[in-house]
Design a protein around this ligand. Sequence first.
Ligand SMILES: [Zn+2]
Length: 107
Amino acid sequence: MIFLRPVLHYACHFLVPALGAKLFFPKKWKMVYYQFLATMLIDLDHLLANPIFDPNRCSIGFHPLHTLWAAGLYGVLLFFPKTRFIGIGCLWHLMTDSLDCWLRVFE
Ligand SMILES: [Zn+2]
């Protein structure tokens, strides 16, 4: 179980978005996937924390780009075609990080 959480976490960050892009947007999946990958940049807010990385800290609600306010902003991005995939990717990122927090209970 100790390795399952990180494997699931990184699969949700990298593999699931690739599969989703391929499944739902087969003709432009690479462009969609690159935008999903770009949403990993919201993790730059970890640089504001001390320590930068703490495996026992839940990023949701702690880092500024991982808050409910940020999620609201990502939700607004869904309404504009040019930012829609960024919004989907950011919300998926928050769901992935949330799952990681919830799974910590079982360790
Ligand atoms: Zn994150």
